[in-house]
Design a protein around this ligand. Structure first.
Ligand code: NAP
Length: 254
């Protein structure tokens, strides 16, 4: 059963929580009672403003500067938050970047940077968090992947590869961790109104909207609601799934 304070007494860690989808997840989990820690890499002012906003809404959130690419920093943060028996109930693997370019022009650096943030960063956090979760025989991990995991998008070889890897990682972790009481799932958003999609050329945005059955981009809150559902006890029998949330973008052909 889900309720207004369904995450009361639970701890959550959201990667890339300073803005966009991550910020909506932070606010949603905190509004429902979770004590939320979130990471950011650069957006210090947004992170501080979000902490204040959550506080004003009656919740608890703390911001941590932690680059998903820094294995030692990730380990230290998770240990600080969840070590010594404190535990971690909810891990949301959300931090992600794009560096779009056609293959012929894509540098090794831009390919590897996207893989490192979106895929290896998720691995780093999941690896660090699984120990405290296993000790408590309880926890849930939700990755924010993308429909790019399932479909080829020109100019996004790095991003598609990273998100395809992320959903595969989730399925493997689900198989490995379910026997230890930890549920792992992924959410696959389509186009969502954030800074990531604000960068797209106007024509690409319009063509994309035309292809979406609902004729609009999703809101960060519409993704956060699904993440919160998967984190909740209402989803206690959902394991290893990739839930598409795209307004019907990938439902039809032609
Ligand atoms: P966004 O508005 O660009 O926000 C990205 C967040 O990730 C920011 O908080 C950013 O922090 C953080 N981040 C990036 N690199 C990081 C790193 N190395 N270490 C720590 N934090 C880092 O993006 P968004 O649209 O909300 O996307 C969130 C997730 O949803 C991403 O994984 C993205 O791939 C996925 N997604 C988005 C869409 C969409 O249409 N927007 C669709 C499908 C999937 P700083 O600003 O501090 O660097």
């Amino acid at each position: 059963m889900s309720g207004a304070r369904e995450f009361e007494g639970r701890s959550a860690l959201v990667t890339g929580g300073s803005r966009g989808i991550g910020a909506a997840v932070v606010r949603t989990l905190a509004a429902r009672g979770a004590t939320v820690a979130f990471t950011y890499r650069r957006a210090k002012d947004e992170a501080a403003a979000l902490v204040e906003k959550v506080r004003a809404e009656g919740g608890t959130a703390n911001a941590h500067l932690c680059d998903s690419g820094d294995t030692a920093a990730v380990g230290e943060l998770v240990n600080d938050l969840a070590g010594n028996g404190r535990g971690l109930d909810i891990l949301v693997l959300n931090a992600g970047i794009t560096k779009d370019q056609y293959l012929m022009m894509m540098s090794d650096e831009d390919f590897l940077r996207v893989i490192d943030t979106n895929l290896v960063g998720a691995f780093r956090f999941a690896k660090a968090a699984c120990r405290p979760m296993m000790e408590n025989r309880r926890g849930t991990i939700i990755a924010v992947s993308s429909v790019a995991a399932q479909f080829g998008i020109a100019g996004q070889a790095n991003y598609c590869a990273s998100k395809g890897g992320l959903t595969s990682l989730c399925r493997a972790l689900a198989a490995e961790l379910a026997p230890r009481g930890i549920r792992v799932n992924a959410v696959l958003p389509g186009f969502v109104d954030t800074e990531m999609t604000a960068r797209l050329p106007r024509q690409v945005k319009q063509q994309s909207k035309d292809r979406i059955l609902l004729k609009r981009f999703g809101t960060p809150q519409e993704i956060a609601e699904v993440v919160a559902f998967l984190a909740s006890d209402a989803a206690s029998y959902i394991v290893g799934q990739c839930l598409v949330v795209d307004g019907g973008l990938t439902t039809t052909v032609g």
